[in-house]
Every structure is written in C-alpha cells, then in structure tokens.
Design a protein around this ligand. Structure first.
Ligand SMILES: NC(=O)c1ccc[n+]([C@@H]2O[C@H](COP(=O)([O-])OP(=O)(O)OC[C@H]3O[C@@H](n4cnc5c(N)ncnc54)[C@H](O)[C@@H]3O)[C@@H](O)[C@H]2O)c1
Length: 252
C-alpha cells in the first residue's frame, strides 16, 4: 500500500492492533502520530518505527477527554501541518459478566472510552480535515461485536454497535467534503486484549480461535492491512461501510 508522506493518526498505538497499524503505516511511507493512554507502550511503538527509519510522534492521550483529543490534533498539525488519515483504535473490553452483575461505573467507562472516544476523535479529526482541500480518510475500529450480540459484555457490544452507527452517520455528513469514513469489524485477534479476555474466562486464545469458520484467530497485521486499504486512495469510492475482517464469524 502506498501511503508515502501521508500524515496519519493512530489511537491505541501502544498495543495490539494499534501498534501493528502504526508500524504498517510507517512502513508504507506515512508520517505517523500515535496516541495512547499508555506512555510506556507508546514509546515502545515509537522506538520500533524510528529504529526502522520511520517518521513518528507519540502523544499521551485519554481518548475519552475532549481536552486531550483537541490538543492531540493540535500537536499533530503543529508537527506535520495537516492530517490525511486517522485510525481510531483505542478501546477497552469490559468484563465478562451478566448484566445484573455489572456496576454502572463499568458501563459508563466502556461507553466513554469506546463510543465517546471515537466520537471525540472524529469531531476533531473532521474539524481539521474540513480545512484541507484534500479532505481525508478515517477508519474506526468496531468489532464483530458491533454487528452481532456480545454475550461476554453487552456494554462492549453496545459501544461497538454505536461505533458502526457513528461511522455511517458522520460519513454521510462529510462525504461532499471529500472525507471518507469507514469501520473495520474484527473477529478474534491475537493481542493483549484477547489474552486478558481468555484469561478472564479461564480459557486460551486458541480456544477463542476455534469459534471462527477459518479455525483460528488472526494476527493484528491482518487487521492493519484492512485499515491501510480503507485509508488509501485504492479505496477512493468506499465510504460509510463496516467491513467484517473476522474469519467468517458473522457469516454464520
Ligand atoms: N483483539 C480482538 O480480538 C479485537 C476484536 C474486535 C475488535 N477489537 C478492537 O480493536 C481495537 C484494538 O484492540 P486490541 O486487541 O489491540 O487491544 P489492546 O488492549 O491490545 O490495545 C488497546 C489500546 O488502547 C489503549 N487505550 C485504552 N483506553 C484508552 C484511552 N482511554 N485513551 C487512549 N488509549 C486507550 C490501551 O492503552 C491499548 O494500548 C479495539 O477497538 C478493540 O475493541 C479487538
């Protein structure tokens, strides 16, 4: 994928899919601003990119904070002059409990990070992209749990269905301004998040993988490939869609 000199923002860049996506963008020639609440993980991703000769910046940011997200976009524009693409990946998984066992505070936090976080990021990314004649492209990370119910965590499932709704709605609002917005809906991906999910249910990632028609979980790079394609000019007529990249999980 050729993304030479594109200015790209990746949230959740300290771990898992966000790290793999940041590295893939940098390898494709993009200038990458990666943001995360986890400073140590963010610096590690930054180091990997810089050691390979890439141009990147790490910004500490809580995506559920309007103040943090607004200053994140300001930092990116101050450093690189514009924002061509954004991948809104940061999220939390919620706990595997039946609804009657879940404290209100947990529901609120999942929605704040996963849904308000994506809304805030899009708000300030779109604000910048509207200033640019070239427009831009945004990809939001939803989930297979954004397309079908989540027995594990209804709050997580609701937040990811919300991300699909936000994606389609904002895509319609800004299509005429040459800003494309799409969502990617992964099945099981081998990341620290699924390590925690497997451990919380007393299982393994391999067991989670067996639920997929392709018979396995995927690597974060397989999700990054879809994100890069949607951001690239190869996807110039694609907007407002939620693409399952899920080994057939939601085909059943
Ligand atoms: N791993 C999977 O199987 C899977 C499946 C479907 C969807 N997803 C989605 O893919 C995305 C990435 O998941 P992952 O598996 O790489 O998870 P991960 O836990 O490995 O990475 C998530 C990153 O988000 C960051 N983050 C969490 N809260 C934040 C906040 N408030 N502000 C800024 N950063 C914050 C974390 O620090 C972490 O670096 C998420 O949106 C997740 O819901 C993952």
């Amino acid at each position: 994928m050729n993304l030479q000199d594109k200015v790209v923002l990746v949230t959740g860049g300290a771990s898992g899919i966000g790290r793999a996506t940041s590295i893939a963008f940098a390898r494709s020639g993009a200038k990458v601003a990666l943001a995360d609440i986890d400073g140590r993980g963010g610096e590690t991703t930054l180091g990997i990119i810089q050691q390979a000769g890439g141009d990147a910046l790490f910004v500490g940011c809580d995506v559920s904070s309007a103040h943090d997200v607004k200053s994140l976009i300001e930092r990116v524009v101050a450093r690189y002059g514009r924002l061509d693409c954004a991948a809104n990946i940061a999220a939390i998984e919620g706990s595997p409990r039946r609804i009657d066992q879940v404290p209100e505070e947990e529901f609120d936090r999942v929605i704040q990070v996963n849904l308000r976080g994506v809304w805030l990021c899009m708000k300030y990314e779109v604000t910048q992209m509207l200033k640019q004649e070239s427009g831009g492209a945004i990809v939001n990370l939803s989930s297979a749990a954004g397309l079908v119910g989540s027995v594990r965590s209804p709050a997580y499932g609701a937040s990811k269905h919300g991300v699909v709704g936000l994606t389609k709605s904002v895509a319609l609002q800004v299509a005429k301004q040459n800003i494309r917005i799409n969502a990617v809906c992964p099945g099981g991906v081998i990341t620290p998040m699924t390590e925690r999910i497997a451990a919380a249910s007393g299982g393994t990632q391999a067991q989670l993988g067996s639920a997929h028609p392709l018979g396995r979980m995927c690597q974060p790079e397989e999700i990054a490939a879809a994100v890069l394609w949607l951001c690239s000019d190869e996807a110039s007529f694609v907007t407002g869609i939620a693409v399952p990249v899920d080994g057939g999980l939601t085909a059943m």
